[in-house]
Write a protein that binds this ligand. Structure first.
Ligand code: VGL
Ligand code: ZN
Length: 211
């Protein structure tokens, strides 16, 4: 486990702490609300905090409902490769897409919204699933002189993992605070995501390690 003492060149990215990913939500992450208190505490320690929101147009191509006969949690081939299909979730402007009421990060500098292209998903806060289209987050962080990035939020095995891997690939020293995350864990996706993160050089930490 390795975190770091947050300083001026460090940023925290709090991923997709939105109603639809909490128990009772459209794409509930088991125990997802348990990530919120550690995320709030972690955010207090960072001078630069970025929040992300999954922010899909209605009828988004990652929704099973957009593909006749398809079921949630199945797979489909889209132009950029295999795509997991999800229940409708985080539709722009909906209550489900809103940040969780319990998320308490008043000093957040930036909210990045992603997954807005109707034809392309974006688990990552840095680039869309076509692996080409940037969100601008790497440029924002670089321009602010950020060298190290910590991440937390939902879900460990999808949006947190893809964001962490892209942060590392963008050249940031990257750590994930695992106790401030929860996973969907679909068909071994958590173990697979942890392996891909480790292979990308992402460090695993606990929120208490950033002090
Ligand atoms: C997410 C599945 C679909 C996430 C977003 O935030 O991890 N997972 N859209
Ligand atoms: Zn989504």
């Amino acid at each position: 486990m390795s975190g770091f003492r947050p300083g001026r060149t460090d940023a925290l990215v709090v991923v997709d702490v939105q109603n639809d990913f909490l128990p009772g939500g459209a794409l509930a992450v088991p125990d997802g609300d348990a990530a919120i208190a550690p995320a709030n505490a972690l955010a207090r320690r960072f001078a630069t905090v970025v929040l992300t929101q999954d922010w899909h147009p209605a009828g988004h191509s990652s929704f099973a409902s957009a593909h006749p006969g398809a079921k949630p949690f199945g797979m489909i081939a889209l132009s950029y490769g295999a795509q997991t299909l999800w229940p409708d979730h985080c539709v722009q402007g909906s209550r489900g897409a809103a940040l969780a009421d319990a998320l308490d990060v008043p000093a957040a500098a930036l909210v990045i919204r992603k997954g807005m292209n109707p034809a392309v998903d974006s688990y990552s806060a840095f680039r869309e699933a076509d692996r080409k289209t940037p969100t601008g987050l790497a440029g924002y962080l670089r321009e602010r002189g950020i060298a190290r990035v910590a991440l937390c939020g939902l879900a460990t095995d999808y949006c947190v993992a893809f964001s962490a891997i892209d942060a590392a690939e963008a050249g940031f020293a990257t750590s994930v605070a695992l106790d401030a995350c929860r996973a969907i864990d679909l068909g071994g996706s958590l173990a697979a995501a942890r392996e891909r993160m480790a292979a990308a050089g992402v460090a695993f930490a606990s929120s208490g390690d950033f002090a």
